[in-house]
Design a protein around this ligand. Structure first.
Ligand SMILES: [Zn+2]
Length: 234
Protein backbone atom coordinates (compact mmCIF):
# COMPACT_ATOMS: atom_id res chain seq x y z
CA UNK A 1 0.00 0.00 0.00
CA UNK A 2 1.36 3.35 -0.99
CA UNK A 3 1.05 6.50 1.04
CA UNK A 4 -1.77 7.76 -1.19
CA UNK A 5 -4.70 5.45 -1.92
CA UNK A 6 -5.43 5.43 -5.65
CA UNK A 7 -9.17 6.00 -5.96
CA UNK A 8 -8.79 5.99 -9.77
CA UNK A 9 -7.78 2.31 -9.58
CA UNK A 10 -11.02 1.47 -7.77
CA UNK A 11 -13.20 3.57 -10.07
CA UNK A 12 -11.74 5.56 -12.95
CA UNK A 13 -14.99 7.55 -13.12
CA UNK A 14 -14.63 9.11 -9.66
CA UNK A 15 -14.92 12.86 -10.27
CA UNK A 16 -15.21 14.12 -6.67
CA UNK A 17 -13.94 12.77 -3.37
CA UNK A 18 -13.07 13.70 0.19
CA UNK A 19 -9.62 13.16 1.65
CA UNK A 20 -7.30 14.10 4.48
CA UNK A 21 -4.15 16.16 4.01
CA UNK A 22 -1.01 14.18 4.84
CA UNK A 23 1.44 16.95 4.04
CA UNK A 24 1.34 20.44 2.56
CA UNK A 25 4.46 22.37 1.67
CA UNK A 26 4.70 25.34 -0.67
CA UNK A 27 2.40 24.51 -3.55
CA UNK A 28 2.62 20.72 -3.08
CA UNK A 29 -0.08 18.76 -1.28
CA UNK A 30 -0.22 15.02 -0.51
CA UNK A 31 -3.57 13.46 0.46
CA UNK A 32 -4.39 10.09 2.03
CA UNK A 33 -6.42 9.23 -1.10
CA UNK A 34 -7.03 10.81 -4.48
CA UNK A 35 -8.81 10.48 -7.82
CA UNK A 36 -6.07 12.57 -9.50
CA UNK A 37 -3.94 10.39 -11.78
CA UNK A 38 -0.26 11.43 -11.70
CA UNK A 39 1.94 12.19 -14.70
CA UNK A 40 3.63 9.03 -15.95
CA UNK A 41 3.53 6.23 -18.49
CA UNK A 42 3.18 8.82 -21.25
CA UNK A 43 0.11 10.43 -19.64
CA UNK A 44 -0.07 14.04 -18.51
CA UNK A 45 -1.05 14.58 -14.85
CA UNK A 46 -4.63 15.45 -13.89
CA UNK A 47 -5.81 18.95 -13.06
CA UNK A 48 -8.81 20.23 -11.08
CA UNK A 49 -9.53 21.70 -7.67
CA UNK A 50 -8.87 20.86 -4.04
CA UNK A 51 -11.19 23.02 -2.02
CA UNK A 52 -11.04 26.39 -3.79
CA UNK A 53 -7.44 25.93 -4.93
CA UNK A 54 -6.58 25.13 -8.53
CA UNK A 55 -4.49 21.99 -9.09
CA UNK A 56 -2.32 22.58 -12.18
CA UNK A 57 -0.53 19.20 -12.25
CA UNK A 58 -0.30 15.86 -10.45
CA UNK A 59 2.99 13.99 -10.11
CA UNK A 60 4.40 10.93 -8.40
CA UNK A 61 6.14 11.57 -5.08
CA UNK A 62 8.32 9.47 -2.77
CA UNK A 63 6.99 6.29 -1.08
CA UNK A 64 4.27 5.80 -3.69
CA UNK A 65 2.68 9.10 -2.75
CA UNK A 66 0.82 11.34 -5.20
CA UNK A 67 1.61 15.06 -5.16
CA UNK A 68 -0.99 17.65 -6.16
CA UNK A 69 0.73 20.73 -7.53
CA UNK A 70 -1.24 23.89 -6.69
CA UNK A 71 -1.22 27.06 -8.75
CA UNK A 72 -0.13 29.03 -5.67
CA UNK A 73 1.32 28.22 -2.22
CA UNK A 74 -1.26 26.50 -0.03
CA UNK A 75 -2.50 27.42 3.42
CA UNK A 76 -3.64 23.83 4.05
CA UNK A 77 -2.08 21.94 6.94
CA UNK A 78 -1.71 18.24 7.74
CA UNK A 79 -4.87 16.64 9.07
CA UNK A 80 -7.30 18.97 7.25
CA UNK A 81 -10.31 17.42 5.50
CA UNK A 82 -10.66 18.52 1.88
CA UNK A 83 -12.87 18.01 -1.15
CA UNK A 84 -11.21 17.15 -4.44
CA UNK A 85 -12.75 17.66 -7.85
CA UNK A 86 -11.26 16.73 -11.21
CA UNK A 87 -11.38 18.80 -14.37
CA UNK A 88 -13.51 15.99 -15.76
CA UNK A 89 -13.79 17.13 -19.40
CA UNK A 90 -10.01 17.13 -19.69
CA UNK A 91 -9.57 13.85 -17.76
CA UNK A 92 -12.19 12.00 -19.81
CA UNK A 93 -10.37 13.03 -23.00
CA UNK A 94 -7.14 11.65 -21.50
CA UNK A 95 -8.94 8.35 -20.76
CA UNK A 96 -10.28 8.19 -24.34
CA UNK A 97 -6.87 9.12 -25.81
CA UNK A 98 -5.05 6.58 -23.65
CA UNK A 99 -7.41 3.73 -24.55
CA UNK A 100 -7.04 4.75 -28.22
CA UNK A 101 -3.26 4.45 -27.87
CA UNK A 102 -3.61 0.93 -26.44
CA UNK A 103 -5.92 -0.12 -29.27
CA UNK A 104 -3.66 1.34 -31.99
CA UNK A 105 -0.59 -0.21 -30.39
CA UNK A 106 -2.30 -3.61 -30.30
CA UNK A 107 -3.32 -3.45 -33.97
CA UNK A 108 0.08 -2.18 -35.17
CA UNK A 109 1.84 -4.81 -33.04
CA UNK A 110 -0.46 -7.54 -34.30
CA UNK A 111 -0.06 -6.59 -37.98
CA UNK A 112 3.63 -5.73 -38.05
CA UNK A 113 5.28 -6.90 -34.83
CA UNK A 114 6.13 -3.25 -34.09
CA UNK A 115 7.00 -2.40 -30.50
CA UNK A 116 6.11 0.87 -28.79
CA UNK A 117 9.17 3.04 -28.21
CA UNK A 118 7.33 6.01 -26.73
CA UNK A 119 4.03 7.80 -26.37
CA UNK A 120 2.66 11.11 -25.23
CA UNK A 121 -1.00 11.17 -24.22
CA UNK A 122 -2.53 14.65 -24.02
CA UNK A 123 -6.13 15.88 -24.08
CA UNK A 124 -5.95 17.57 -27.50
CA UNK A 125 -3.44 15.56 -29.50
CA UNK A 126 -1.48 12.38 -28.76
CA UNK A 127 1.36 10.51 -30.36
CA UNK A 128 2.77 6.99 -30.43
CA UNK A 129 6.25 5.94 -31.60
CA UNK A 130 6.67 2.51 -33.16
CA UNK A 131 9.81 0.58 -34.02
CA UNK A 132 8.90 -0.29 -37.59
CA UNK A 133 11.10 -0.57 -40.69
CA UNK A 134 8.24 -0.17 -43.13
CA UNK A 135 6.82 3.33 -43.74
CA UNK A 136 3.70 2.87 -45.82
CA UNK A 137 1.10 5.57 -45.08
CA UNK A 138 -1.72 3.73 -46.83
CA UNK A 139 -1.15 0.60 -44.82
CA UNK A 140 -0.90 2.54 -41.56
CA UNK A 141 -4.19 4.27 -42.42
CA UNK A 142 -5.86 0.87 -42.84
CA UNK A 143 -4.70 -0.03 -39.30
CA UNK A 144 -6.39 3.14 -38.04
CA UNK A 145 -9.58 2.13 -39.89
CA UNK A 146 -9.43 -1.26 -38.18
CA UNK A 147 -9.17 0.53 -34.84
CA UNK A 148 -12.32 2.48 -35.71
CA UNK A 149 -14.12 -0.73 -36.64
CA UNK A 150 -13.22 -2.10 -33.21
CA UNK A 151 -14.57 1.08 -31.58
CA UNK A 152 -17.88 0.71 -33.44
CA UNK A 153 -18.27 -2.78 -31.94
CA UNK A 154 -17.99 -1.23 -28.45
CA UNK A 155 -16.29 -4.05 -26.50
CA UNK A 156 -15.81 -3.55 -22.73
CA UNK A 157 -12.47 -2.40 -21.33
CA UNK A 158 -11.77 -4.22 -18.07
CA UNK A 159 -9.16 -3.60 -15.39
CA UNK A 160 -8.09 -6.13 -12.78
CA UNK A 161 -5.07 -7.33 -10.85
CA UNK A 162 -3.12 -10.47 -11.61
CA UNK A 163 -0.15 -12.22 -10.06
CA UNK A 164 2.98 -11.16 -11.89
CA UNK A 165 4.04 -14.70 -12.82
CA UNK A 166 0.61 -15.40 -14.35
CA UNK A 167 0.48 -12.09 -16.19
CA UNK A 168 3.91 -12.55 -17.74
CA UNK A 169 2.59 -15.65 -19.57
CA UNK A 170 0.12 -13.56 -21.59
CA UNK A 171 1.52 -12.88 -25.08
CA UNK A 172 2.11 -9.18 -25.71
CA UNK A 173 1.49 -8.25 -22.06
CA UNK A 174 4.06 -5.52 -22.52
CA UNK A 175 4.56 -3.92 -25.91
CA UNK A 176 7.01 -1.34 -24.66
CA UNK A 177 10.37 -1.81 -26.31
CA UNK A 178 12.32 -0.50 -23.34
CA UNK A 179 10.61 -1.45 -20.11
CA UNK A 180 9.38 -4.64 -18.52
CA UNK A 181 6.50 -4.10 -16.07
CA UNK A 182 7.66 -2.80 -12.70
CA UNK A 183 8.98 -5.33 -10.26
CA UNK A 184 5.86 -5.87 -8.16
CA UNK A 185 3.98 -9.03 -7.13
CA UNK A 186 0.61 -7.96 -8.54
CA UNK A 187 0.24 -6.29 -11.90
CA UNK A 188 -2.69 -4.16 -12.90
CA UNK A 189 -4.06 -5.41 -16.19
CA UNK A 190 -6.08 -3.41 -18.73
CA UNK A 191 -7.97 -5.57 -21.21
CA UNK A 192 -9.83 -4.36 -24.29
CA UNK A 193 -11.93 -7.48 -24.68
CA UNK A 194 -11.01 -9.31 -27.85
CA UNK A 195 -8.24 -6.88 -28.84
CA UNK A 196 -5.57 -6.27 -26.25
CA UNK A 197 -4.30 -7.20 -22.79
CA UNK A 198 -1.67 -4.92 -21.25
CA UNK A 199 0.01 -4.36 -17.92
CA UNK A 200 -0.77 -0.71 -17.19
CA UNK A 201 -1.34 1.75 -14.34
CA UNK A 202 -3.14 4.50 -16.24
CA UNK A 203 -6.73 5.64 -16.68
CA UNK A 204 -9.03 4.23 -19.38
CA UNK A 205 -12.65 4.31 -20.53
CA UNK A 206 -14.86 1.34 -19.59
CA UNK A 207 -16.35 0.85 -23.07
CA UNK A 208 -14.36 1.25 -26.28
CA UNK A 209 -17.28 3.11 -27.91
CA UNK A 210 -16.61 6.12 -25.64
CA UNK A 211 -13.66 6.95 -27.90
CA UNK A 212 -16.19 7.60 -30.72
CA UNK A 213 -13.49 7.80 -33.41
CA UNK A 214 -9.72 7.91 -33.84
CA UNK A 215 -8.59 10.57 -36.32
CA UNK A 216 -5.02 10.05 -37.56
CA UNK A 217 -3.40 13.47 -38.07
CA UNK A 218 0.10 12.78 -39.32
CA UNK A 219 2.68 10.03 -39.80
CA UNK A 220 6.30 10.99 -39.32
CA UNK A 221 9.48 9.24 -40.25
CA UNK A 222 11.74 9.57 -37.20
CA UNK A 223 14.78 7.68 -38.47
CA UNK A 224 15.65 4.26 -39.80
CA UNK A 225 13.05 2.25 -37.91
CA UNK A 226 11.10 4.79 -35.86
CA UNK A 227 7.63 5.86 -36.97
CA UNK A 228 5.50 8.41 -35.19
CA UNK A 229 1.71 8.63 -35.39
CA UNK A 230 -0.16 11.76 -34.25
CA UNK A 231 -3.86 11.33 -33.68
CA UNK A 232 -6.83 12.99 -32.07
CA UNK A 233 -10.45 12.26 -31.11
CA UNK A 234 -13.63 14.33 -31.60
ZN1 LIG B 1 -1.19 2.67 -21.12
Amino acid sequence: MGLTKKLFWEDMYTKEFTAKVISAEGNQVVLDQTAFNPHGGGLVGDTGWIGEAKVVDTVKGPADSIVHVFEAPTSLTAGAQVMGKLDWDRRHRIMRMHTSAHLLSAIFNNKTGALITGNQIEPDKSRIDFSLEDFDRERMLTYCSEANEAISKNPPVKTYFMKREEAMKIPGITKLATAAPPDVQELRIVEIEGYDTQADGGVHVKDLGEIVKIEPLKFENKGKSNRRLYFTIP
